[in-house]
Design a protein around this ligand. Structure first.
Ligand SMILES: Cc1cc2nc3c(=O)[nH]c(=O)nc-3n(C[C@H](O)[C@H](O)[C@H](O)COP(=O)(O)OP(=O)(O)OC[C@H]3O[C@@H](n4cnc5c(N)ncnc54)[C@H](O)[C@@H]3O)c2cc1C
Length: 386
């Protein structure tokens, strides 16, 4: 699948889908007809992931076309994304624990290692799983139902550590997202809603893939994986105070629609793209780099200022950029829990030691949604009206 890394492509994808976001979507979304046959879902996830289009833009367009409740199912799915983002934001240790687990497991030579190697090259003998491994590497996308089946087979049939499955997804998926991905894997494993697991069955796979797979030999039960208890929800830290006057605008990969941020009243003097290569699949790295360039180009045009692409940005290269433009104040969109936030935290700390203030701006959507991700999704949805 080829994805165009621009906001224009994101908006065009939304416009092309919006008619189908009502009843059509609700009735057909669970069917996985295979690569190239994705008309029943939006294909917006990678654009939402990097905010080439934002949740509120998507929801507004869909609601405008489908008044009343016709698009509720679709909107609920978009809200799942906001729920997972908020959930992780309130419990960042779940992300750092996951990273620690992946590093530990990658160095281990457990009895599961041979099955793991076989799974990675698609030689498990389970026809659907082997097909999805190839699809994941080739297209960087799997249908939602296939992701659920894949994760279930990985955990309960192949008995592999869920963390390595999540890391594999994060490596290949164009929409790879620390919150949606990690927490969905935890949900399938029974760690997220404690005691509730997801079991893939051959009948369900055959039904929703139009009989493309036989799926012999799947586990018939899914006992929850043992794991540390879910940490209690913390409180959302207050957003940084907004600066005033002349500032530089940094753009990170987690928010690539800077022109829709509320920066009114600020004099944007220069723009820089905060590049971060993270060892994802080459096509994903290229997509993200080009999407960042697209965002910088739009911002430069919007504010009529120079834009600089800081490939693999470090505190030193950001400080050099700030000094070249005589900046002592920088604004940047808040980066949610994940590698982007970690990168930004390191840069912020170093800049602040040099007397440069960095203000992270949170979008009103996140500000309204995230504090409610303290319990389950249904409680969240009652309190967060989109
Ligand atoms: C194990 C597993 C891993 C996943 N990893 C990711 C990931 O890394 N990144 C990611 O964006 N989504 C992830 N998802 C959620 C979901 O599978 C994808 O968002 C969806 O398949 C993307 O296709 P689409 O844009 O056509 O979705 P649509 O069905 O058109 O949905 C519209 C939008 O709603 C959001 N959405 C839909 N379903 C979910 C969901 N279950 N959870 C959270 N958001 C949802 C997405 O932003 C999506 O673009 C994962 C799900 C599972 C079960």
């Amino acid at each position: 699948m080829l994805f165009t890394p621009t906001r224009a492509a994101a908006l065009a994808t939304l416009a092309a889908f919006v008619d189908r976001a009502g009843r059509d979507y609700a009735e057909t979304r669970n069917f996985d007809h295979g690569p190239g046959e994705r008309g029943n879902v939006s294909g917006l996830s990678l654009y939402l992931r990097y905010r080439l289009v934002t949740e509120d833009e998507v929801v507004a367009a869909v609601r405008a076309r489908h008044p009343g409740q016709a698009a509720d199912k679709f909107v609920q799915e978009v809200i799942w994304r906001s729920y997972w983002k908020g959930w992780l934001e309130l419990r960042p240790s779940v992300w750092t624990d996951y990273l620690g687990d992946v590093a530990r497991l990658e160095g281990q030579s457990g009895g599961w290692r041979r099955d793991y190697e076989r799974a990675l090259v698609g030689r498990t003998g389970i026809d659907c799983f082997d097909a999805w491994i190839a699809e994941l590497a080739e297209h960087g996308y799997l249908h939602n139902h296939a992701r659920m089946w894949f994760a279930s087979i990985w955990i309960f049939t192949l008995n592999l550590p869920w963390q390595l499955g999540a890391a594999l997804f994060e490596h290949h998926l164009f929409d790879g997202d620390p919150a949606s991905n990690t927490l969905s894997w935890r949900w399938v494993a029974g760690l997220q809603t404690v005691g509730k697991t997801y079991l893939a069955t051959a009948g369900n796979i055959a039904r929703y893939t139009g009989g493309r797979f036989v799926s012999a030999g799947l586990a018939t039960q899914a006992r929850p994986i043992a794991g540390p208890p879910v940490p209690p929800a913390g409180t959302l830290a207050a957003a940084d105070p907004r600066p005033t006057g002349r500032v530089g605008l940094l753009i990170g990969e987690d928010d690539l629609s800077p022109e829709t941020l509320d920066l009114g009243g600020l004099e944007i003097a220069a723009v820089a793209g905060l590049g971060q290569t993270r060892g994802r699949a080459a096509a994903v790295e290229t997509f993200v780099r080009d999407a960042l360039d697209d965002a910088c180009g739009r911002a430069a045009a919007a504010w009529q200022v120079p834009a600089t692409a800081l490939t693999d940005a470090t505190p030193a290269t950001v400080a050099k950029w700030a000094s070249a433009h005589g900046l002592d104040r920088i604004v940047v969109a808040h980066a949610p829990v994940g590698p982007g936030a970690q990168h930004l935290a390191e840069i912020t700390q170093a800049l602040q030691q040099q007397g440069i203030t960095v203000s992270r701006i949170r979008r009103p959507w996140d500000e309204r949604a995230w504090p409610h991700a303290t319990r389950g999704y249904f409680a969240f949805r009652e309190r967060f009206q989109a």
